[in-house]
Design a protein around this ligand. Sequence first.
Ligand code: SF4
Length: 118
Amino acid sequence: MSKKGLLLCVCQGTCPSFKAMDVFEVLNTVRREKLVDWVGLHPQLCSDDGEKYLIDLLKGADIDELYVAGCDPTMQRKMYRDAFESAGFNKENHIGIEIRNMNTEQAVNAIKDAIKRQ
Ligand code: SF4
């Protein structure tokens, strides 16, 4: 069985793109429905300490599918590339999900759709 994790990344929580959603309710819904094995929230994965966090999280970790709900998946791929390389994490196992400018229900549905597609 594959090990799945979900991180929410929210531009420090100050960006208007995330104002319409309750990020904790998004995470709680995914937890309650057991759609992944674990969930987490980081304010800014594209910062230096966010990169270090990703490296520490992923190095040697048993994760088959890392979902990151936040900004555009193409942007995510570029911004996390060095962290994935440093951690030895297969970038193909990263699934980015765009949730900016969504409300709570829309964000949950976008995450569910991405998980279903895998
Ligand atoms: S990785 Fe994307 S969602 Fe996260 S802080 Fe950077 S721009 Fe925002």
